[in-house]
Design a protein around this ligand. Sequence first.
Ligand code: IMP
Length: 210
Amino acid sequence: MRPLVFATRNRGKLYELRALFDGLDLEVIDLAEVAARLGRELPDTVEDAPTFAGNAAKKAAEVAAATGWPALADDSGLEVDALGGAPGVYSARYAGQHGDDGANNAKLLAALAGVPPEQRTAQFRCALAVADPAGLLRDGVMTAEGVVKGVILDAPRGTGGFGYDPLFFCPELGQTFAEAGIGPKGQLSHRARAFAALFPHLRAYLAIEQ
Ligand code: IMP
């Protein structure tokens, strides 16, 4: 089986992707497995593109070039309409320190103080990119996006999920993502939708290549 590198250090994402790839003649490995096989760690990609798709494509291209294997990368975040699309590509480090969910949520609530409910619309966006070092993909890199729309509440609700989930009310579920939990969220999340958009293209590409 030939490897496909998923450019992540998140085990949860790796397991999700492996399940999706069941039945394809492809071994999905993450960056930890890459390091074990190559005997060296790959440098982290500097995510400085202005878009999610740009960051995902950059990550996928760098990992494919460094390993010689096809690579898939993701990038995601929250876009709030009343804030002109912020925090956007800065979602993970909105309040300064990377991945400080509590501080990020507090900063978001402060930024939206006094904004009425009908103007608190937002969306999660996820971009996926696949790069092939052999240059076999027509445009060098294959990308797909998924979006889920919601409203930012004025106080957190629910204990599940991560990131901005407690503040993100999803009308399709009638709950915040933190109240809904991983199962219902996983059915319609931005990430699920991005994978759904990518898969037909990826399967077609892999069928051609095998
Ligand atoms: P990453 O693409 O996994 O690095 O996510 C970037 C940041 O966007 C995270 O740190 C979260 O703040 C936010 N984010 C992305 N997806 C979600 C989600 O499904 N729920 C809540 N926050 C998310």
